[in-house]
Design a protein around this ligand. Structure first.
Ligand SMILES: NC(=O)c1ccc[n+]([C@@H]2O[C@H](COP(=O)([O-])OP(=O)(O)OC[C@H]3O[C@@H](n4cnc5c(N)ncnc54)[C@H](O)[C@@H]3O)[C@@H](O)[C@H]2O)c1
Length: 348
């Protein structure tokens, strides 16, 4: 099939592109390389079934042009990461609302099946153990920039719902919960790659707040096959679907696991949210998904543990490639060394 992936050079996008190209599809990737990197696609660079285009989802005509003739559209492009939402709030809101509108409208016009990446942030401060898709949002103030990401993604979801109901669009929404793995950058606020980077440098790991916040981390290689499967699942049309792990860990517990796995003696240091994010920052104490719907629809059942995730992120950052047994080719390689590869086409 002919497939468009927005955010193709990003963390999740690059793993998805590898999966789709490997499955025999003709993939066009669109990315503005704001947080993504062409190097993330080194394993498939120059592949005859991959075209990588540098451009923005805010460019309505470009999105329409690339969507034309596509059978499937995976919309992953977004302004992501708490530091980006804090520092470039306006740009992030525009990207996450107007950019998504362009993609949704173009997919409807092209008659393509669409998957839209939303987020577990949708649930806001709801700390129920085992959040299900119809649980209420417990929203923080829209005047606190931290919540603008969830606000924008919520509008995206409403837009998709309306296009499905009123315009006959085939679409599914996914709500990933803390997806982690090789190629995720720690520069924009993601905790696992940031901890691993600090540990490998022998620095203390900076824990924001009490460290008692509970999260569930899921390996990107457990999440990506579910994205492809949901897009082929007729019963998923019009649904929002949680994707995540149910293995709970506190942030301080995560830090201890990273210290043990790296053998770092750097220890931990705590920092207030005020110091990290400025005044008015709010966090949720717990975020734990119930993924029964994903299991029912496509047999979603993550197999990789937190220890596996940490080991893979350490290997990635230490430049050792992907550990044996992951079922995938080695991690990112420079494009010039990929067999049969030329430079990715379309990169400006
Ligand atoms: N990683 C997670 O834990 C997580 C959790 C919930 C939701 N998500 C969602 O999954 C999707 C992918 O996230 P990710 O973790 O891979 O982050 P990422 O930052 O690695 O990927 C986002 C990609 O979108 C690109 N992009 C940003 N603005 C763009 C624009 N205007 N035009 C074109 N490309 C643009 C970036 O360069 C990047 O490659 C996002 O929609 C995100 O909201 C991720």
């Amino acid at each position: 099939m002919k497939v468009l992936v927005t955010g193709a050079a990003g963390f999740i996008g690059s793993h998805l592109v590898e999966n789709l190209v490997g499955a025999g599809h003709h993939v066009t990737g669109l990315d503005d390389f704001s947080t993504g990197r062409p190097d993330n696609l080194a394993a498939v660079a120059g592949h005859p079934r991959l075209t990588l285009v540098g451009g923005s989802i805010l460019d309505r005509e470009l999105v329409r042009e690339l969507t034309g003739g596509c059978h499937r559209v995976y919309h992953l492009a977004a302004a992501v990461g708490s530091f980006i939402i804090r520092d470039r709030t306006l740009e992030a809101i525009r990207t996450n609302i107007h950019g998504t509108e362009h993609v949704v409208d173009s997919a409807a016009g092209a008659g393509a099946r669409l998957l839209v990446a939303s987020t577990s942030e949708i649930y806001g401060k709801n700390d129920k153990v085992g959040l299900t898709e119809d649980d209420d949002r417990v929203a923080g103030s829209p005047l606190k920039s931290r919540w603008s990401y969830a606000e924008a993604k919520a509008i995206d979801e409403s837009l998709v719902e309306a296009y499905v109901r009123e315009r006959g669009l085939w679409a599914v929404i996914v709500r990933p919960f803390n997806t982690v793995g090789p190629r995720q950058s720690g520069r924009y606020g993601m905790v696992v790659p940031r901890f691993v980077r600090q540990a490998l440098a022998g620095e203390p790991l900076t824990v924001f707040g009490t460290g008692e916040q509970i999260r569930c981390f899921c390996h990107v290689r457990d999440v990506v096959p579910a994205l492809a499967a949901l897009t082929e699942c007729d019963a998923a049309r019009g649904r929002a679907v949680n994707l995540g792990s149910s293995q709970q860990v506190s942030i301080a517990g995560l830090a201890r696991e990273v210290l043990a796995a790296t053998g770092s003696g750097g220890g931990m240091v705590s920092s207030s949210y005020l110091a990290a994010y400025g005044p008015g920052y709010e966090d949720m104490m717990r975020r734990v998904p119930d993924c029964s719907l994903a299991r029912e629809l496509v047999g979603f059942a993550p197999t990789r543990t937190l220890a596996d995730i940490i080991a893979d992120v350490i290997a990635d950052q230490a430049g050792q490639g992907t550990p044996a047994g992951s079922g995938l080719a080695a991690g990112p390689r420079p494009a010039g060394q990929v067999a049969g590869a030329g430079p990715p086409r379309g990169i400006p």
